[in-house]
Design a protein around this ligand. Sequence first.
Ligand code: ADP
Length: 197
Amino acid sequence: MADASPGGKKRIVFLGPPNSGKGTQAATLAESLGIPAISTGEMLRSAVGSGTELGERVKDIMESGQLVDDDTMADVIRARLAADDAVGGFLLDGYPRTTAQVETLRQILVERVDTLDDVVLIDAPDEVLSQRARKRLRQDGRKDDHEDVVRERLEVYRRQTEPLIEIYDKEGLLRRIDGDQAIEEVGRQVAAAVGES
Ligand code: ADP
């Protein structure tokens, strides 16, 4: 799609199940493109960590593996995308996650007379994802990494987020990447998929 933003910066969405490696790839790509990597998961975890009103509100739902409600997320993402560093372009990691969120993002983009350039999907088979989750649990013990919560998050993804793949595919924006490869190889393919290689 034509790139019409000031400075030629891109608007990119990353999609993928928990433990697909999308957070790692999102940070790397955003840095090489000079755009902010906006991780809603990180934003919420930081709100929980610092005990803000938002943090208090989302803590339990996050720890259960469920999604925070769409209205709360609309406020979070609207405010973040209005910040100076996101005016030219951005990479969203973890938003949108529901069809209602697709509509919110669409509306925000209409208001700024902007469009998405690419939706990068990094996927891997369920057994690869749960194996990685077990490893991460041993390493850093994030609260939502416990086995039943991991299963719940994957189910929530397959049920609520996977339908987004078809929506963006129909718009010609979807770039599918196999996440079951070495990190560097995934990185090369992601860069190539958005025309950065
Ligand atoms: P992942 O490990 O899959 O990348 P994240 O760090 O993106 O997970 O998100 C962690 C949790 O934060 C989610 O399980 C969910 O509770 C909440 N969350 C993050 N982004 C959203 C969103 N767009 N809508 C609803 N909840 C969200």
